[in-house]
Write a protein that binds this ligand. Structure first.
Ligand SMILES: Nc1ncnc2c1ncn2[C@@H]1O[C@H](COP(=O)(O)OP(=O)(O)OP(=O)(O)O)[C@@H](O)[C@H]1O
Length: 328
C-alpha cells in the first residue's frame, strides 16, 4: 500500500484539526508535524490534550474535521479506512485481545484478513512470539485470560507487528504494567525497534519512557499545540519554555547523562587501567557517574581507556558542581 513495504515511511500531518460535534473547542487544533521515516516519535502531554485523537486520525479511527495526512507520500484521507488500518499496526493500553481466540489466532488476525496462507501465518506467529520473548510452545494455544497483564501487552505488540506494517501507532502500550515489567517491555521494545526501524508514533504520560524510547519527542499543550519537537537530548539541553521544563523535572543533566554512552566520551588516557573501577563500553554516562561516586573517585576505566569526571561533565556542557551537588 505504501511505497516501501515493511520499513518505516514518512508521516506528514498538515493543519490537522478535529472538532468533535457539540464541543466548544477543537480537541486537536491545526497541528502540523513531520515524522521522518523509520523514527519513533513520542507524544507527551497532559491528560485530555488530544494525543489519542491525533493518533486515531492517522489510522482514521477518528475522521479529521480538516487538514491533511500523508503516509509515505500518499494521502491517507483518500484511502479506504479498513484497507488503511490493515497496513498500520495499532497497539493500545487496553490491549484489545479477543478473549475467545487463542494467542496465535489473535496475532494472526491481520495476516488472515490480508489472505496470507495458513502455513505462512503460523510461521509468522512463531517468529513474533519469539521476538517478544514468549516461548511459542507455551503460549501459542493459550487464551488471553491465561496470561499476565505484561504477557497480554506483549501479545498486543506482536499482533500490531504481525503483518509487518511500515507504520505503528502505540497508545500507552505498556501502561497497565508494574514498573519492573514496564521497564523490561521498554528495553525489549527499544531493542526490537533498532532492528525493525518502523515509523512509530508512541503516546505516553511518562516522560522517562519518552526519553528512553523516542528518537524525537513532541511535547504537546492543550489542543495538541506543539510546545517543542526535538530529540530527547536537545529538549533536555534546551527546553523551549517553562511548560516544557516542567515535564523534564529537576534532573535534566542526569537524564542527559543516561542518554549518552561511555563509548561516546573522549578518553583521558587511551589504555584501560585495571586499578580503577571498570565500566562497560555500552554503559551510560549516568552509570559511569554512579560508579565514580560509589568508589569516591573522579575517574573510571572502560575498555577503550580512562574516563574522567571532568570529561563527563563537559559531555553535557555542565559545570562539575551541577552534576555532583546540585542534582543528587
Ligand atoms: N468522542 C469524543 N467526543 C467528544 N469529545 C471527545 C471525544 N473523544 C475525546 N474527546 C475530548 O477531546 C479532548 C482530547 O481527548 P484525547 O483522548 O485525544 O486526549 P489525550 O491527550 O489522549 O488524553 P489522555 O492522556 O487522558 O488519554 C478531551 O477534552 C476529550 O474529552
Amino acid at each position: 500500500m505504501f511505497d516501501r513495504d515493511t520499513e518505516g515511511v514518512r508521516i506528514e500531518l498538515r493543519s490537522l484539526t478535529k472538532h468533535y460535534p457539540g464541543q466548544p473547542a477543537p480537541a486537536v487544533d491545526n497541528v502540523t508535524l513531520d515524522i521522518p521515516a523509520g523514527e519513533l516519535v513520542v507524544f507527551v502531554g497532559p491528560s485530555g490534550c488530544g494525543k489519542t485523537t491525533t493518533m486515531k486520525m492517522i489510522n482514521r479511527l477518528v475522521e479529521p474535521t480538516s487538514g491533511e495526512i500523508r503516509i509515505g507520500g500518499r494521502d491517507v484521507l483518500g484511502l479506504d479506512p479498513d484497507e488503511l488500518r490493515r497496513h498500520v499496526g495499532y497497539a493500545i493500553q487496553q490491549v484489545g485481545l479477543f478473549p475467545h481466540q487463542t494467542v496465535a489466532q489473535n496475532i494472526g488476525l491481520v495476516p488472515k484478513l490480508l489472505g496470507w496462507p495458513a502455513a505462512k501465518i503460523a510461521e509468522r506467529v512463531e517468529e513474533l512470539l519469539a521476538l517478544v520473548s514468549l516461548e511459542p510452545s507455551l503460549f501459542r494455544d493459550r487464551y488471553p485470560r491465561q496470561l499476565s497483564g505484561g504477557q497480554q501487552q506483549r501479545v498486543g505488540v506482536a499482533r500490531a507487528l504481525a503483518a509487518d506494517p511500515p507504520v505503528m501507532l502505540m497508545d500507552e502500550p505498556f501502561g497497565a504494567t508494574d514498573p519492573i515489567t514496564r521497564e523490561h517491555l521498554q528495553n525489549e521494545f527499544a531493542r526490537l525497534q533498532k532492528q525493525l526501524r518502523k515509523t512509530i508514533i508512541f503516546v505516553t504520560h511518562d516522560f522517562e519512557e519518552a526519553i528512553k524510547l523516542g528518537d524525537r519527542i513532541a511535547i504537546l499543550r492543550e489542543r495538541s499545540h506543539i510546545a517543542q519537537y526535538d530529540t530527547p537530548s536537545a529538549i533536555l539541553a534546551a527546553p523551549a519554555d517553562d511548560y516544557v521544563a516542567s515535564f523534564i523535572g529537576q534532573d535534566a543533566t542526569l537524564k542527559r547523562l543516561a542518554l549518552l554512552q561511555v563509548a561516546d566520551l573522549p578518553v583521558a588516557y587511551p589504555a584501560p587501567d585495571p586499578r580503577l573501577p571498570q565500566v562497560a563500553a555500552d554503559a551510560s554516562l549516568r552509570e559511569a557517574l554512579d560508579l565514580m561516586l560509589a568508589h569516591g573517585t573522579d575517574r573510571c576505566s572502560s575498555p577503550s581507556g580512562v574516563l574522567t569526571y571532568a570529561a563527563l561533565c563537559a559531555a553535557v556542557g555542565s559545570p562539575a558542581e551541577t552534576v555532583s551537588a546540585g542534582e543528587r
